[in-house]
Design a protein around this ligand. Structure first.
Ligand code: ZN
Ligand code: ZN
Length: 271
């Protein structure tokens, strides 16, 4: 039995994650170009022909850039909310659409997938709980804040992929125009390092042995700041330093991150 995930790329210019379960391959989002997605899959020894579908969080460009090309070329079905599919259609023809809905669990390749609602400025934003082999991955990117529902859904996870988009001070002092700053900071925007830290310190149940920080802004964040903030929050709960170092991971825009098996304590470090 094997269940793992690999972030192929994550950040403001493209997000794509590979889920693997017993040889079954599924992507979450297709925000890298089709060609780059194939290149990064190849680096993992995964043929794009073997990917059985794309699970979509929402229709923003940094999550769908490669969608039309991949679905056309490899006939991958797209699993997304109905409103997301409607929002996609004019600009991004896809070969096969499979509507999914928040709160309605479904099974693909032996993985049980439960979409849940998050707050973001798009048609039907979703995060996912993915369960396989008795293990649970919580996957939440592009959310303006951590709602009560999100807190509840992220309980009991063995691994978490969580957006840590910006550092508040860097965003405020940074190059974005005022309207865009307001958008990122708002309840329909993106999670800050500080919001993640608050979650980890107060609401996180302490279970997940792998906490992957994702969707870091290149303009308004620095990987060291994101890690420092998450580390400080976990240390504040009294978790030992060595243990904190093992748990907190980064993901990267321009390269594939380490493959994480939620059941293994010591995955290969690649940082
Ligand atoms: Zn978005
Ligand atoms: Zn995004």
């Amino acid at each position: 039995m094997s269940f793992s995930f690999t972030i192929l790329g994550s950040g403001s210019s493209g997000n794509c994650t590979l889920l693997q379960h017993n040889g079954y391959h599924l992507l979450i989002d297709a925000g890298l170009s089709g060609r780059e997605t194939c290149r990064r899959l190849a680096a993992l020894g995964v043929a794009p022909e073997s990917v059985r579908g794309i699970l979509l969080t929402h229709e923003h460009q940094d999550h769908i850039q490669g969608l039309a090309g991949l679905t056309r070329r490899f006939r991958m079905p797209v699993f997304a909310g109905s409103a997301t599919l409607d929002a996609l259609r004019p600009g991004s023809p896809i070969s096969a659409a499979e509507p999914i809905a928040c709160g309605q669990e479904f099974v693909l390749g032996g993985m049980s997938i439960q979409p849940f609602s998050i707050s973001h400025d798009c048609a039907d934003p979703m995060a996912f709980l993915i369960r396989a082999d008795g293990l649970q991955l919580g996957f939440a990117m592009d959310l303006g804040y951590i709602s009560g529902l999100v807190r509840e859904r992220l309980l009991g996870c063995d691994a978490l992929v969580l957006e840590s988009n910006h550092d508040l001070e860097m965003l405020k002092a940074g190059p974005y125009p005022w309207e865009l700053k307001q958008r990122v900071l708002g309840r329909l925007g993106h999670l800050s390092n500080e919001a993640v830290a608050q979650f980890l310190e107060k609401d996180f149940d302490g279970r997940a042995r792998h906490i992957v920080l994702a969707h870091l802004s290149q303009n308004n964040n620095h990987p060291d700041l994101a890690v420092l903030s998450a580390r400080r929050a976990l240390l504040g709960r009294g978790i030992q330093e060595e243990e904190v170092d093992r748990r907190v991971r980064l993901s990267f825009q321009h390269r594939v991150s380490e493959t994480i098996r939620p059941d293994e304590e010591n995955n290969r470090r690649d940082q």
